[in-house]
Design a binder for this molecule. Structure first.
Ligand code: NAP
Length: 434
């Protein structure tokens, strides 16, 4: 057997400790498959004295993360610290610039700095691998970047955040409101103490931007993702969706669109109503699922655990095995110079049904005002339900589902209603899929 792949590990939290446990448990099998052992030589975290349930005595300890990248006895650096900038980014830059292979699970860093890091990796002839950054344990980067590499990918969409999916499926099962389910999710460890990135859709958007670049050969453009989270969703919306034969899921979708004679890219993360017979409707709890549509392979569905120590470590170590085998390809499947910079697509011409929920004052004329705005904008109403019982504050919920039509019409109708004193809060709009 040839020389081991010598690894430095930055971050010994959920994922980092998982990587150590996985390498200990499956070391022989991994060495046989990689053609050589994977050997951790040095580690780093903030607190050396913390009990992590793993024996760190075989490894050198560095107090300063960036020192890992400078070590002569290291071939590959694994960054499992997190954060788009700061020490994680400094380590990534140092490692790649120093000619080390880099593996990371850090979607925020790849979404914001993936192009720069891929450029350095390319210039230095080393790997930048990030399988664990998108959908945790699911091999979707490999699936799309290698397994489906012969295809033109026409569309990708999926459930990319386990915390939101857990909250939405719990709301569905219990009839409870968002805030109560979030609290339970935090107690059970399914949501962070600060859940903002998850529930506001930012984490899913990081992953979507990465998947879009890989799938469509475009430059990563996180700033162009249209993002809405799930904080506005109420138990009443879930009940209404159920009555319509749908469930609510936070879905990321990206697809190239021809507009004004050029190729543009549509990227959106938002809660949507998913028909109960659609494959994404069956994705419950903290599970992730990604659908990729290729022009020869057809529709591929990747599904599995999107987070957690075991699944995420599985993806990190798969990247290390690739590096140990010497099979290293371009981080985004194409050389950085070939990744197209495309403008964001205008979503106005997208055709869909829309669910709109209004919180309105309980008085005559309000429904007429809303339906007039719809009529004037050319939105055709399929159904309208007014909840019989006013909310505690006397407001009433009105849910409208439109027939299929352009998004621009719904946007125009809502613009007419903006500022109306009949509405107690801004309306919630969700697209209906399936
Ligand atoms: N958790 C998941 O299921 C999951 C799934 C997919 C991707 N990811 C990604 O994986 C990465 C790690 O996530 P995680 O959940 O393992 O995070 P975590 O449990 O919070 O662990 C972070 C680790 O980084 C160390 N650290 C933080 N700042 C440091 C610094 N300045 N210098 C040295 N070490 C520092 C911490 O040290 P101490 O332990 O001493 O505090 C800790 O060991 C993130 O990018 C995350 O987005 C996580």
């Amino acid at each position: 057997m040839t020389a081991p792949l010598r690894i430095a590990l930055a971050g010994l939290g959920t994922v980092g400790a998982g990587v150590i446990r996985l390498l200990e448990a499956n070391g022989e099998l991994i060495a046989a498959r990689a053609g050589r052992p994977l050997q951790v030589v040095a580690v780093c975290a903030r607190d050396r004295s913390k009990d992590r349930g793993i024996d760190l005595s075989p490894y050198a300890w560095e107090d300063d993360m960036t020192a890992l990248a400078a070590r002569d006895d290291v071939d590959a650096v694994v960054e499992l610290v997190g954060g788009s900038d700061g020490p994680a980014l400094a380590l990534a830059r140092n490692a790649l610039n120093g000619g080390k292979q880099l593996v990371t699970a850090n979607k925020a860093m790849i979404a914001h700095h993936g192009m720069e890091l891929a450029g350095i990796a390319e210039a230095k002839g080393v790997a930048l691998k990030y399988e664990a950054a998108v959908a945790g344990g699911i091999p979707v980067i490999k699936g799309i970047g290698e397994g489906a590499a012969a295809n033109r990918i026409e569309r990708i969409f999926g459930i990319l955040n386990g915390t939101c999916n857990y909250i939405l499926s719990e709301m569905e099962g219990s009839g409870a409101d968002f805030a109560d389910v979030l609290k339970d999710a935090q107690e059970l460890g399914y949501a962070e103490a600060d859940p903002t990135f998850d529930v506001e859709g930012v984490d899913a958007a990081h992953k979507l931007a990465i998947l879009a670049a890989l799938s469509f050969g475009t430059a990563v453009d996180f700033g162009a993702v249209d993002i809405s989270g799930i904080t506005m969703i109420r138990a009443a919306d879930i009940a209404q969706a159920d009555a319509l034969g749908h469930v609510i899921r936070l879905v990321g979708i990206a697809e190239p669109q021809e507009q004004e004679g050029e190729r543009r890219l549509f990227q959106r993360v938002a809660p949507v109503l998913v028909a109960k017979d659609h494959p994404l409707a069956a994705v419950d709890g903290p599970t992730n699922a990604v659908v990729a549509e290729g022009n020869f392979v057809g529709r591929l569905l990747f599904q599995g655990a999107g987070a957690g120590d075991g699944p995420t470590a599985s993806a990190v170590v798969a990247d290390l095995i690739d590096i140990a085998r010497g099979t290293v390809s371009a981080p985004f499947s194409l050389p950085v110079s070939a990744l197209q910079k495309v403008a964001p697509a205008d979503p106005g011409s997208r055709i869909s049904r829309a669910y709109m929920r209004f919180t309105v004052a309980d008085r005559p004329g309000v429904l007429a005002e809303i339906t007039a705005a719809m009529r004037d904008a050319g939105v055709s109403i399929e159904s309208m339900i007014q909840h019989g019982h006013p909310e505690e504050d006397g407001d009433v919920l009105v849910a409208i589902v439109s027939h299929r039509g352009p998004e621009s019409a719904v946007t125009a109708a809502l613009a007419t209603l903006e500022g109306s004193d009949s509405l107690s809060e801004p309306p919630l709009v969700m697209r209906v899929i399936g």
